[in-house]
Design a protein around this ligand. Structure first.
Ligand code: GLY
Length: 530
């Protein structure tokens, strides 16, 4: 079974398994297909994380996060007055980190897949070359971003129909992207990181003050890391370690909540919401201080994820009053857009794969590499360009996440697998920048604490607090008016209905011999299986 943001990509993954491939083959095929059918976040020019639970019990975490180019430097996004130049950090060739997706997906395939690159890339080539019919969801996105694409001839050529926006029902072909995919099918990672595709990337960088060089591309390597492991009420939580903050914060928050009888306190109750907000506040405050690329900074992961630390960190919890984030720092309101994407795959042998991938913002920096047909990421904004200054998600960072050559920027992506007695029971994850970790937290709590079936666990309304700004965002229905008033009376600030859906958790549940695939109803997407 495959659950992803694109029904076409889910079908691709399912067909690969029907042909005899395992979940790793299917996850990689789905990833390449998403680069064609869901270009706002599916990608060749971005990065991602993959958590794999093999049928033999081994759990693995693969990091293919983008890296800062060798010529990057700490103050590269500061203007002459020392302020962050938002355009440079988000909408320039310099905003792109060295892409990791192709290296990562092919690394997973060669170690744990059974098929060749040519076999798993073939469906994506077909979709790019022959095209597919645009639905209103995707046509609307291309229309909505039309003005940004107009700034770059290659972007306009890829995402518009002879200079005018595509309409739903149009056939959409991507011939340049098909060429790049063919190079990957034929030459593996060298088809992207060396040769004509690399030449196209580097010449576009040179022409536009970009930093990525041939050496940056050739030197890029995906890294296998020890997965984050925590426990929650008898379940095992497996997730992504640093340079993601996701797994560490997820386990930290669950540890803080475990001593409380959340199930009895009830979903959406004042008590449960107060506990969740206070756990979120403390965990996100620690994120700003301690988390960064473990290849560059000491990340105290074991401490942050220990039950002892959670007890100490939560000792200041006051059951009747909200804490004050301002005692810990300052921030700004985050906006959310459809950027990152998550997909889950499970095969009949019991192999499970949970993948989150991203260009950072929707359609990355909106720059298509001329002749190569794929978008560049703007992941460099996930670094802390200036201490205590919010990035585009309102997230604050400090020295641990400052820009350094070759370093990976801190992420919130939280691809997660929950197991019980060694068997996967839930595969989940989400896009949503800073909100990702809280979306995953709530899907896990809904299954474990509130005993919801996965469909309800995913569809139930969510809340989000990220320490700073000291405000609670919530989806309609996440709390009653009476509970909102009670939380306000306790001192919770800025309780605000979210103008955007929070998260897109394409998940799979497993129990009683049945797989339950759920495409998050907040967005279009699809589940495919057989
Ligand atoms: N670019 C969003 C994240 O990695 O958290």
């Amino acid at each position: 079974m495959v659950s992803s943001r694109s029904d076409i990509a889910s079908e691709v993954g399912s067909e690969i398994m029907a042909q005899g491939g395992n979940a790793i083959d299917a996850a990689v095929a789905t990833g390449f297909a998403l680069a064609v059918t869901y270009p706002s976040a599916g990608n060749l020019g971005g990065g991602g994380f993959m958590v794999i639970k093999l049928a033999d019990g081994e759990v693995l975490a693969l990091d293919y996060r983008e890296k800062a180019p060798a010529d990057a430097h700490r103050d590269m996004f500061l203007d002459s007055e020392g302020n962050v130049d938002r355009r440079l950090a988000l909408s320039s060739h310099q905003s792109a980190g060295v892409p990791g997706s192709v290296a990562g997906m092919l690394e997973a395939l060669s170690r744990y897949g059974t098929m060749s690159p040519a076999q798993v890339v073939a469906p994506a080539i077909r979709l790019a070359e022959d095209g597919f019919i645009l639905n209103e969801d995707l046509a609307g996105q291309l229309r909505g971003n039309f003005n940004s694409f107009r700034n770059y001839p290659a972007s306009l050529s890829a995402f518009a129909n002879d200079g005018v926006p595509y309409a739903s029902g149009d056939l959409w072909r991507q011939p340049d992207l098909a060429k790049t995919l063919k190079a990957i099918a034929e030459h593996g990672r060298d088809g992207f990181y060396k040769g004509p595709v690399a030449d196209l990337i580097v010449s576009d960088m040179r022409a536009n003050d970009g930093l990525i060089t041939h050496a940056d591309l050739e030197n890029y390597e995906a890294v296998w890391r020890s997965p984050v492991h925590g426990t929650y009420r008898g379940y095992d939580i497996w997730s992504m370690p640093a340079p993601s903050s996701g797994g560490i914060l997820l386990v930290q928050m669950l540890n803080m909540l475990e001593p409380y009888a959340i199930g009895e306190l009830g979903w959406g109750s004042r008590e449960t919401l107060h506990l969740m907000i206070e756990a979120q506040r403390r965990a996100y405050a620690d994120r700003a201080e301690y988390l960064g690329d473990p290849d560059f900074v000491e990340v105290p992961a074991a401490t942050l994820m220990s039950k002892d630390y959670a007890e100490r960190r939560f000792a200041s919890f006051d059951p009747v009053h909200a804490s004050n984030s301002e005692d810990m720092g300052a921030g700004a309101w985050p906006e959310e857009s459809p950027q990152t994407t998550h997909y889950s795959v499970m095969d009949a042998m019991g192999n499970a794969v949970s993948v989150t991938t991203t260009l950072n913002r929707s359609y990355g920096n909106k720059i298509v590499v001329p002749g190569a047909g794929f978008l560049l990421n703007n992941e460099m904004d996930d670094f802390s360009s200036k201490p205590d200054t919010p990035n585009s998600y309102g997230l604050i960072g400090r020295v641990a996440n400052e820009i350094q050559p070759g370093k990976r920027m801190l992420s919130s992506m939280t691809p997660t697998i929950v197991t019980r007695d060694g068997t996967p029971v839930l595969l989940t994850g989400s896009p949503g920048g800073s909100t990702i970790i809280n979306t995953v937290l709530q899907v896990v709590m809904n299954v474990v604490d509130h005993k919801m079936p996965v469909e309800r666990a995913v569809s139930s309304p969510r809340i989000h607090h990220q320490w700073l700004p000291d405000v609670v965002r919530y989806e309609t229905g996440a709390m009653s008016e009476a509970v909102e008033a009670e939380l306000q009376a306790m001192g919770h600030k800025g309780l605000n209905g979210s103008p955007f859906p929070i998260g897109d958790a394409n998940s799979i549940g497993y129990g009683n011999g049945l797989l339950e695939g759920v495409s998050d109803p907040r967005n279009e997407g699809g589940v495919a299986g057989f």
